[in-house]
Design a protein around this ligand. Sequence first.
Ligand SMILES: C[S@@+](CC[C@H](N)C(=O)[O-])C[C@H]1O[C@@H](n2cnc3c(N)ncnc32)[C@H](O)[C@@H]1O
Length: 488
Amino acid sequence: MRERAQAVDPQLRQRRERLPPGHFHYYATCHPGLEEVVAAELAGRCIGAANIHPGKAGVSFTGDLVVGYRANMWLRSAIRVLQLLGETLLDARRPAGEEVYAAFRESAAWPRLLAPGQSFSVESRVWSCSNLSSSQLLSVRAKDALCDAIRDARGTKPLPPEPGRVADLPLYCTAYHDRLSIYRDMSGASLHRRGYRQAMHRASLNEAAAAGILHLAGWHQACRQEGAVLADPMCGSGTFLIEAALMATDVAPGSFRRWWPFTQWPDYDSDAWRQVVAAATAARHAPAAGVEVWGNDVHQGALGLALRDIQAAGMQRMVRLHHGECRDWALPRPPGLVVANPPWGQRLLGGERDESGSGFYGGSSGSEGAGDADLDWWNEPEGAAGERQRQQQPGRGGRREEAAAGAALAETWWDLSAFLKQQCAGASAFLLSGNPEATKGLRMKASQRMPLTIGGVDCRLLQYSVRGMDETAAGKEKKPAAEERAAR
Ligand SMILES: C[S@@+](CC[C@H](N)C(=O)[O-])C[C@H]1O[C@@H](n2cnc3c(N)ncnc32)[C@H](O)[C@@H]1O
């Protein structure tokens, strides 16, 4: 039945026939809104992928095994790299569980893909299918099929992964409009887990999203020019700063990682991977003369985190940190670019969940990353700005608290506005926001609004051309009292 279904699906047949031997179809998943950025990264000389097609929350491409290795090493803005193992049309007239089971058994030579003693996992997404709506059913039947295939071949069933660890063979399946696609997940843990973070913190921006935003802001090109400066006046744990410094020195984002699932696979080409690692090491260079990234934050604890991670990434010579309210931050010269994600009343989650709704977003426990524990600077901020931050957290009480939180938020954006106008004349500013009310405090008109989904939140990356204003003029701009603004 399936063979017949496949035979009449010209799209599936075409996809199979197009590839030379030893080449694969891949899919790089990403935050919705960053597809074009990921496509540009894939087309770059570091990866050299072919047949690049941006989709929804990801980009498909083709290449040999080395292209897959390079994609894992060099993609800054993607979440994971999936290698297609098989694709089939589900027959809507048959029970869904049976169809999935049969499709899985036929789609790959499982005993050749899973060595004895190795573990596997299955993560699934289902949407818009005629006869299948449960991703759990898909995962369970896929596991049954794979276990049976291995048991028939070897007499023993394969192992589940150890708790908290990525499986040797993480599988990722999608069923979309009755088309079942089965992938091997080459990345295992999300690619945003670079390996330079000493501790994962929930207030930190996802590194892959940060890199994508920097690309949209043009830093990947600007950083090649002598004297280029990028500033983040609310840098928190320094994600933009570190990612910007890595870009300016061509440090591969994957070069910090010590473990990749594909190095456990029977078809692992260790020579090819060694060459990819060696090429990444050789690509590193000093930044162009005078290229620097500057960061500021009102919270000393955040800066402590930033410093540790900057050092772990080896970027301390490029990054300057400053402690204080952004409105008081005096820069030695105006930066060309300002990139920031100021508080806007809602925290972005780490970004390992399926936020696209398209199914391409794997949560993987991985084994990296510490908990929040004693680094909870977001929840215990200091001083007046700390009070503002406390108030800016959602769900903190009744209407009065909400009004106070709104006023505090407006004041934060007001301060940011003062910083931009006084210190950054002529700069392009790119600010991430998920709250149009909060951005009103800026009193500036965005020239572009780029939609992005991060942590399941619909955001905009707002672009501003900053016109200067001296301190006297800025001082004359009436800053409404917090209560006055709360009342609006
Ligand atoms: C959403 S977090 C930024 C997270 C950061 N991008 C990261 O990856 O860690 C917002 C930051 O703004 C800082 N902040 C809030 N008001 C500020 C002000 N007036 N001046 C400077 N920093 C401020 C907070 O301390 C917090 O670190």
